[in-house]
Write a protein that binds this ligand. Structure first.
Ligand code: MN
Length: 201
């Protein structure tokens, strides 16, 4: 059984970047539904007590009767865990330490990293995610469709931007680039730096 995470902040904490109603629906309805449907799919199977991350990493080995549900709902569960726990009111910190060094080495600057994350989100057709991932100690920007996770492809996601319309539509309507321009104001770079350290340990 997977549990819906509790947020470390109030639903209105990220205003005006993300409005209260969007946050409440996103967490208590969308994220909650992914968790509930995942649990329904694995209940009574040998995967009932498997860690969520292991389900997603091992997606291709799952039996056909639960694979699709785990891909969509398990992916939705883990992607939103990553998303909601990297957000903080007014943003926090900047890339630092080993993470910052690797960002400079790979992208040239933090601004260039953010620019690539925005572009990956803006050009993802339909619903999906823009990601900063670590693979074999190396950073790269990528995107996935729907609720697919970089974990399934052998990479470790350390920053994920949800570009499903449910993440921004109340505030930004069809203007996904405007949402992408704003959301980096509420990223907790201390969390991202810690995730990098864990992924490269
Ligand atoms: Mn979402």
């Amino acid at each position: 059984m997977i549990e819906l995470i509790k947020l470390g902040y109030e639903y209105d904490a990220l205003e005006p970047v993300i409005d209260k109603e969007t946050m409440e629906i996103h967490h208590s309805k969308h994220h909650n539904a992914y968790v509930t449907k995942l649990n329904d799919a694995i209940k009574g199977t040998e995967y009932e007590n498997t860690e969520l991350v292991d389900l997603i990493k091992g997606l291709d080995k799952l039996p056909a009767n639960i694979k699709g549900a785990v891909q969509n709902n398990g992916g939705g569960a883990i992607n939103h865990n990553i998303f909601f726990t990297q957000l903080v009111a007014n943003g926090k910190g900047m890339p630092e330490g080993n993470f910052k060094n690797e960002v400079i080495k790979t992208f040239g600057s933090v601004d260039e990293l953010i620019s690539q994350l925005k572009a990956a989100g803006a050009t993802r057709f339909g619903s999906g995610w823009s990601w900063l991932v670590v693979e074999n100690g190396t950073l790269s920007v990528t995107s996935t469709a729907n609720q697919d996770s970089p974990y399934t492809n052998g990479a470790t996601p350390i920053l994920g931007i949800d570009v499903w319309e449910h993440a921004y539509y109340l505030n930004y309507q069809n203007r996904r680039p405007d949402y992408l321009a704003e959301i980096f104001k509420v990223i907790d770079w201390e969390v991202i730096s810690q995730r990098f350290d864990e992924a490269t340990r």
